[in-house]
Write a protein that binds this ligand. Structure first.
Ligand code: ADP
Length: 428
């Protein structure tokens, strides 16, 4: 997975770039073909125009030179257009032929004689157009002095060509976008899978560690209990038994945490909501945790100043929230933790519970991710407290289920403040 991931990304990127290049070259080829097709049609138009001018000239010549023999001489030595056609007549002939060839673009023309003088020309024809216009001899090859050349310039409208190809361009942009989107989704899925497998192995490591320590202690305590000297010493038996009990309790707590997370996964949060006095809950949880804080030579200050501490909540889950936040405040401290819990009624019928510590704090990136399941700030240089990264995701899920909000403010190295905001019960 680790090695194939970059290979897959490179291969797909190459394919997408390849498809883009091929599509661009297709479109540019199609534009070229369209251009060539137009030039061919212009050539045809020139030839057809010559035919039309010729037959019209023959017809006209009969009225000037009725005699057949003299007429041959006349045809060979007389200009075809000069003197016999008006600008409008030639314009109409060209226009007709172009429309027969399905060309609707505007055009300019010019007819020059053998001395390069312009015999007839459309209003918009420029001298410089002589270089770009298509040309064709109007006179027969055996004509002597009567050469006349027709120049025809069809203004190629790039926009109209693009308009004609619009569907093709839109379709290719559409499908390319789909390919790129599918690519992005695939890469993201692969990335998530990779992250997930890292999280999984982290979780297994943490879990093994969390369960191994109590198991080792229990095993040692049992060994001691079977020791001849201890078997007759009731005091020691009591110490070792309570040790086993404590460790057993610790393991139970860990297993419960994992089960809690599994239940959350299945969205099985069943709340048994009841009227709850937040101050009472905080006092109860504080009593439970105070001993551990004091063991670490820390302090816990309660500033329960809310005048209305009543909320509607599930007692067990809500106590767990307060416990998890206090437990974290204690766990993620440098040495002696100084924790402060404050409650306050805010103007809009809400109750805010702030849990402030002076612990290790978090950077912005960590703050934005702590509520994700299994997320833990990188251990090592930041902290080496073991855990599953499940506590805060549970806290958030429960707060959300109570229509509350949770916020975190933290400064790395200085400490963190978690604020839970819950809707209050109107006093009654
Ligand atoms: P766990 O504590 O088991 O790792 P949590 O979900 O409770 O899981 O916390 C997630 C992460 O958030 C922790 O690993 C830690 O990096 C960070 N964190 C939580 N609370 C605090 C706190 N009070 N101070 C500093 N970091 C904290």
């Amino acid at each position: 997975m680790k090695k194939s991931f970059p290979v897959i990304v490179v291969l797909i990127t190459l394919s997408v770039v390849g498809i883009l290049v091929i599509q661009m070259s297709w479109i540019s080829n199609a534009l070229k073909l369209k251009h060539e097709e137009l030039q061919r049609e212009v050539d045809n138009t020139l030839k057809q125009t010559r035919e039309m001018i010729w037959s019209s000239f023959m017809y006209k010549s009969k009225t000037f030179v009725p005699n057949e023999e003299s007429r041959q001489f006349y045809l060979q030595n007389h200009f075809i257009v000069d003197g016999s056609f008006t600008k409008e007549e030639v314009n109409d002939i060209i226009k007709n032929q172009l429309s027969q060839n399905n060309i609707k673009q505007p055009f300019e023309f010019c007819i020059n004689n053998i001395y390069h003088f312009s015999v007839l020309q459309s209003d918009g024809f420029q001298i410089s157009d002589l270089h770009t216009a298509k040309q064709l001899e109007l006179s027969p090859e055996d004509a002597l002095k009567s050469h006349e050349t027709l120049y025809l310039l069809v203004k190629e409208d790039k926009n109209s060509i693009i308009r004609e190809m619009l569907w093709m361009i839109i379709a290719s942009i559409f499908f390319t976008t789909i390919i790129i989107l599918a690519f992005v989704v695939t890469v993201r899925t692969l990335f998530n899978q990779k992250k997930l497998s890292e999280i999984k192995s982290d979780f297994i490591n943490n879990m093994t560690h969390e369960l191994k320590t109590p198991l080792a202690t229990i095993s040692l305590a049992i060994d001691a209990l079977t020791n001849e000297k201890v078997i007759h010493d009731t005091d020691k038996i009591r110490i070792y038994s309570s040790m086993i009990k404590e460790e057993n309790k610790r393991m139970n707590k860990q297993v419960e945490k994992i089960l809690q997370a599994a239940r959350l996964e299945k969205e099985e949060i069943k709340l048994s909501v009841q009227k709850l006095n937040v101050h009472e809950v905080i006092n109860k949880v504080a009593d439970n945790i105070l001993l551990q804080i004091e063991e670490k030579k820390g302090t816990l200050t309660l500033k329960l100043t809310a005048t209305n501490p009543e909320i509607e909540a599930d007692e067990v889950h809500f106590s767990n929230i307060i416990f998890n936040l206090l437990d974290n405040a204690m766990k993620y401290s440098k040495d002696a933790p100084h924790i402060e819990v404050q409650t306050l009624n805010t103007g809009n019928g809400m109750l805010s519970i702030k849990i402030k510590d002076d612990g290790i704090g978090m950077d912005k990136e960590t703050q934005s991710r702590i509520f994700e399941k299994f997320y833990r700030a990188h251990t090592g240089n930041i902290h080496n407290v073991k855990g599953f990264g499940l506590g805060l995701s549970y806290v958030k899920a429960i707060v959300d289920a109570h229509n509350g909000k949770i916020k975190v403010e933290s400064v790395l190295g200085k400490g963190s403040t978690f604020t839970v905001i819950m809707p209050t019960q109107a006093k009654g």
